[in-house]
Design a protein around this ligand. Sequence first.
Ligand code: PLP
Length: 353
Amino acid sequence: MTRPARITVDVDALRHNHRVLRRLHGGRLLAVLKANAYGHGAVACARALAEADGFAVAFGGEATALRAAGVRAPVLVLEGVFSVAELHTALLESWWIVVHHEEQLAMIESSSLPLGSLHVWLKLDSGMHRCGFAPNAFRAAHARLMATGKLSSITLMSHFARADECDSAFTAEQISRFDSAVAGLPGPYSLANSAGVLSWPAARRDWARCGIALYGAGAGPQTGLRPVMRVSSEIVAMREIAAGEPVGYGGRFVATRPTRVGLVAFGYADGYPRSTPDGTPLAVDGHRVPLVGRVSMDMLTVDLTELPSARVGSEVELWGRDVSVDDVAQRAGTIAYELLCNAKRAPKRYVGL
Ligand SMILES: *Cc1c(COP(=O)(O)O)cnc(C)c1O
């Protein structure tokens, strides 16, 4: 038998989430496929979303991989280009590119790109202060881009820092700064990431850019979104330990009663965070049991004392249907994005493709 660790990607759920988000947003939607589609497989997800208006990736190499796989839809490169040479690749492979800082603007000006050739998304820093042109520099950047004559179209965009905090005034402030900065400049406009689409109707514009919600995470249960990734393995061994005996590295967990410990073939090298505390649920044959002991590189341990039916070969869900990736992430002190991206080692299987 081969090692039972698996990543199952439910493509029907992905399509369902895409439809839900697109309907909610109203306008067009870029499906964000950066970081190998948040660990789900960028090419497979692009193929599954054949009806999408377009895709977004972080950098050019990810766009090239989609083109090489035959993906024809628009692909926006969110970090933009790093060199003039890459601008020419952008043209050759018809990427749309974000321009978010002075050097990228200067590259376009100094390049020998043909007139009317480049699709640009010009980014405003509306308050996140990570990237984008400051409000007082935005119009000048826009004017310089137009003056090159090299653009075929321009979309105006910004990105939210706190859209997942439904009661934060900061998103409203970012929206209002965007509206002031673009006043009088023709669209299309793009503001909303997943949380923007779900929680901030005023952020819905011509284009949404959705990642995490597309994968059915990060959004809470009321949205009707379905988890796309299910990460599973099996109980590969069991042992009984006496009260007072420790389990695993550092003896973090110490049994307070006679305890049946199940060994699961999945560890932090498979993407289950090492920082996950004792008590975090895993589902064994559909029943939630607690993690006990520190997560190892290739293995982890669960307390099966309350689940006498469990045996070697019992299925273990690390996250997916019965255990939400958001719950595991929160207990581990991180966010679902990081868990999904890091699920890399176990073989992937697609259902519904
Ligand atoms: C990653 C990213 C998104 C998608 O964000 P989600 O929260 O996953 O929906 C949207 N816009 C930009 C600029 C991004 O970098």
